[in-house]
Design a protein around this ligand. Structure first.
Ligand code: CS2
Length: 491
């Protein structure tokens, strides 16, 4: 380390022949997409689909915006936006350099530059991966949280926003004043009906600013999408491995799996890249795909992250190797979640589930259970609670789903099974820690958590069977611990 040159337009020619690289002229790419939340996921997913199409139409380059920290900009700007994608399948690593991110901005440092770029006529799509909490909404109802500090700030200072919502509405307002049609909004976050949720939230925000603006925002195109690729956070050891394979330093390579999927609703009034040529699927209604992915993949992920972390498993693959875990996850998907899913004609659901189990077991991905455990209050509603509601309505069982929810509570209380503190990351971490402080009885802990109507709604806390199922699951976890609880699922 330190002796190698850094990846950039100047040095890209020196890469070994085995490393794939852009086939288009990097100098000709211009910005057509502003992406809010330029994290690892975007760079392993939408940026890769877009990269494949730039030789056909170089007007769809990406301006990547960080809404919080300058880290990504600082890492990628000296590299002319170039970065390495390392696809890992257990056999080895397939390396390619991605060139679609052509501009990097850090919003808190220069919100005006972000607004200028969003208001530019060349920008035709504003896409987002801002994570669940970035929507500043009530996860149980999908409506804007008008008391959220960033929203309060952005309503008071519309020209210097902090939240994605504030940026979007201000940029649309500037476009309208300049006679430029609004861009298409493209939410790529793991929320059901992500396009509808985003539209509802920005409309609510615009209403609080100005009814005439709200009338425009209400009509902005905001197709929903289902996105899927497992992308663990990059570690220093990943950086070292990539540098030694490339013969060049890359400040922020992205590690991912071979699998990728993108299903998008067709609604792009100002045009779009031909993403279907890179494997995306365009449909009229994405909801069946979304339910399937959020409830099977993400629901399993959260369940195994909490139980796995509590049982001492550092990564998803380690968690899957715990006796009983695979049987639990398989049973959760097959018996409890699959019956709740809308039909997708011609779709092989058993094969999809089997592939998920395989993906979770990918030993080459060091996907930390702690990473997935983050932001549970924002994730549980769409990952586990929706399935539970459907099972309750059908009068059917949901013990495994209830165990996932109880494991979140056990985890979010902030002490592991050896009594050591857990670094719980959640926008409501402090509130959760205070909820059941000093309480040990499972029923009282459950009752304390069920006061979180922004997570559970008002229906679930009122359901006696749901409460009883949670108490039973939490009682078992507290008495026996996670590893022994899991062992009881062993086939
Ligand atoms: C994970 C997701 O961190 C998490 O909560 O469940 O990021 C998951 O890896 C992706 O949705 C896979 O597409």
């Amino acid at each position: 380390m330190g002796l190698l040159m850094q990846l950039s337009k100047k040095t890209i020619g020196s890469l070994p022949r085995t490393v794939k690289r852009p086939h288009y002229d990097l100098g000709t790419v211009t910005v057509g997409i502003v992406h809010l939340g330029i994290g690892a996921f975007h760079r392993a997913h939408q940026a890769v689909y877009t990269d494949a199409l730039l030789s056909e139409d170089p007007s769809w380059g990406i301006c990547g915006v960080s809404l919080r920290s300058p880290e990504t900009r600082d890492a990628l700007q000296p590299q002319d936006g170039l970065y390495t994608l390392a696809v890992q399948d257990g056999e080895g690593s397939d390396l390619s350099v991605v060139g679609s991110v052509v501009e990097l901005l850090c919003a808190p440092e220069d919100p005006e530059a972000v607004l200028r770029r969003m208001a530019d006529p060349g920008t035709r799509i504003v896409s987002l991966t801002i994570t669940e909490k970035g929507y500043c909404h009530n996860p149980a109802t999908g409506t804007l949280d008008e008391g959220h500090p960033d929203i309060v700030h952005d309503l008071a200072n519309p020209a210097r926003p902090r939240s994605a919502i504030g940026f979007i509405v201000e940029a649309i307002s500037r476009r309208v004043s300049a006679g430029i049609a609004p861009f298409t909004l493209l939410s790529c976050d793991n929320l059901p009906g992500n396009g509808h949720v985003l539209k509802r939230i920005v409309t609510q925000f615009a209403e609080a600013r100005d009814p005439a603006l709200a009338a425009v925002v209400r009509n902005v195109a905001s197709p929903s999408t289902m996105v899927d690729r497992i992308v663990p956070a990059t570690t220093d050891s990943d950086r070292r491995a990539v540098a030694s394979a490339m013969g060049l330093e890359d400040a922020w390579p992205i590690m991912t799996e071979p699998f990728r999927q993108w299903v998008i609703e067709e609604d792009f009034p100002l045009g779009r890249p031909a993403w279907e040529k890179a494997g995306a699927l365009f449909v009229q209604d994405v909801s069946a795909f979304e339910f399937m992915k959020l409830r099977l993949l993400n629901g399993s992920h959260s369940t195994l992250a909490y139980l796995g972390y509590l049982a001492g498993a550092e990564t998803v693959a380690d968690a899957m190797a715990l006796p009983g875990m695979e049987a639990l996850v398989e049973g959760l998907m097959r018996h409890e979640v699959s019956p709740t899913l809308p039909q997708l004609p011609g779709f092989d659901l058993p094969a999809y589930r089997a592939e998920l189990l395989q993906r979770f077991c990918n030993p080459a991905l060091r996907h930390r259970t702690w990473q997935i455990a983050m932001d549970g209050s924002q994730k549980l509603p769409q990952r586990l609670l929706g399935s539970i509601r459907d099972r309750l309505r059908a009068g059917a069982g949901y013990d495994r789903l209830a165990l996932g929810v109880a494991a979140w509570m056990r985890y979010a209380r902030g002490l592991d099974e050896a009594g050591r503190p857990i670094d719980v990351r959640d926008p409501h971490a402090a509130r959760i820690a205070a909820l059941a402080q000093g309480i040990d009885e499972p029923d009282r802990i459950i009752d304390a958590f069920l006061t979180m109507t922004d997570v559970f709604g008002t229906d679930l806390p009122a359901s006696a069977p749901f409460r009883a199922a949670l108490i039973k699951a939490l009682d078992g976890l507290l008495r026996n611990g996670s590893a022994a609880t899991l062992r009881s699922f062993r086939r």
